[in-house]
Design a protein around this ligand. Structure first.
Ligand code: PLP
Length: 405
């Protein structure tokens, strides 16, 4: 366990600087693999057909006004969002033990969750949160902002380009009792490395033994495997086991609503009375920060979640996105392994899940890709699968091959 520090990197410490360098590059075949949003096979942003339909319905609704939403958000949205992540069969939901609040996308859910814990969680000693090494870089600032110190637990093992499961479990065992552990629900960002279902079971065992608190960040439900239920399985399993937890939920990726900033925070209490008290405190915090959340994204997602036909259409759209990503993984693996016979083992390309993949290449090789081939990616060797398409995948594979030889 060690404290978190920023990674020095030539093309800027932020993804925004990398994007600026890509934009300034005039080379015709440049490739942006830093992008954190879905792109279709023509490298264009994709408005989901189901979202277009829902927008048209809203546009024709004469009764819609622009009044404020309640402080905790649109109730039809928050309740449907809770069922989506926890399942309609969730015992906690049936017992009324879930406090749900609409947030400014996943970032806002992380912030509100962190703020809530900083005020009300009984930390055992230091106010600290355990984050996977590495993690979504914004986690560090979000927790520091509310006075909670981020600490890393071992997660990614560069030697296997996979999960350091023993290190993870060790750190769960050695942390003070009742520590807060942030867990990526699925499609770990930035590595694409997730625990297996059996590993999640073992993690739940240790977390329960130690009385730890699970802070689930779920930014990719459905986007990872193409199946909303499958991507929620770790969260649902932890809920069934009775792990104390909260969940941050985002609709940026799975509904393509990045700029609409629609998400939710769900805090599970041990009783309905406790959940009611939590909701009331969340409401006080939300009031002082944003008064009340924006309505447009909430109305769109609520319509889709509450209408069986639109919901089925959304599931198809999600499959379209997830399948394109999975196809890119398969094709990249095939070109490297069978066509180019690139040195090294590339199994991780198909074993990792979600938008991101840790390639395992080093900072020098990353720089070679940027400078010689105009292929932009972060210094840690992470690529966004969404930046690959049928037009550039051969070009990328050939240059990756050159960089590692
Ligand atoms: N959490 C993780 C792990 C993410 O990767 C992201 C986005 O990249 C988010 C949260 C928050 O995204 P948003 O605020 O756009 O929902």
């Amino acid at each position: 366990v060690h404290t978190c520090g920023p990674n020095a990197q030539k093309y800027g410490s932020s993804i925004f600087k990398l994007t600026a360098a890509y934009k300034a590059d005039t080379f015709a075949d440049k490739v942006n693999l830093g992008v954190g949003a879905y792109r279709d096979d023509d490298n264009k942003p994709w408005v989901l057909p189901v979202i277009k339909k829902a927008k048209a319905i809203l546009a024709n609704d004469e009764a819609l006004d622009h009044e404020y939403l309640p402080i905790t958000g649109l109730p039809e949205f928050t309740s449907a969002a809770a069922r989506l992540i926890l399942s309609p069969d969730s015992v906690a939901l049936k017992e009324g033990r879930v406090a749900s609040v609409q947030t400014i996308s996943g970032t806002g859910a992380n912030h509100l969750g962190a703020l809530f814990l900083s005020r009300f969680y009984e930390f055992n000693g230091e106010k600290q949160v355990f984050l996977s090494n590495p993690t979504w870089i914004n986690h560090l600032a979000i927790f520091k902002n509310v006075g909670i110190a981020p600490i890393y637990y071992p997660y990614y093992d560069p030697k296997t380009i996979g999960l350091d499961f023993a290190g993870f479990v060790n750190s769960l065992r050695n942390a003070p009792k009742r520590s807060v552990f942030l867990l990526h629900a699925c499609a770990h960002n930035p590595t694409g490395v997730d625990p297996t279902p059996e590993q999640w079971e073992q993690l739940a065992d240790v977390i329960l033994e130690q009385g730890h608190y699970a802070f689930f960040d779920c930014a990719y439900q459905g986007f990872a495997s193409g199946d909303l239920d499958r991507d929620a399985s770790a969260v649902r399993y932890f809920e069934q086991r009775g792990v104390p937890m909260l969940i941050c939920q985002s609709f940026a990726k799975n509904a393509g609503l990045y700029g609409e900033r629609i998400g939710a925070l769900h805090v599970i209490g041990s009783t309905k009375a406790e959940a009611d008290r939590v909701k009331s405190q969340l409401s006080v915090l939300q009031r002082s920060e944003i008064s009340n959340p924006p309505s447009h994204g909430a109305r769109l997602v609520s319509m889709i979640l509450n209408d069986p036909q639109l919901f089925a259409e959304w599931q198809r759209d999600i499959k379209t996105m997830a399948q394109r990503i999975i196809d890119m993984r398969d094709r990249l693996f095939d070109i490297l392994t069978n066509k180019l016979k690139t040195p090294g083992n590339w199994d991780h390309i198909v074993n990792q899940i979600g938008m991101f993949s840790f390639t395992g290449i080093n900072a020098e090789q990353v720089n070679a890709l940027i400078e010689k081939a105009h292929i932009y990616l972060t210094a840690n060797g992470r690529i966004s699968m969404a930046g690959l398409n049928s037009n550039n995948i051969d070009y990328f594979a050939e240059n990756l091959d050159k960089a590692v030889r």
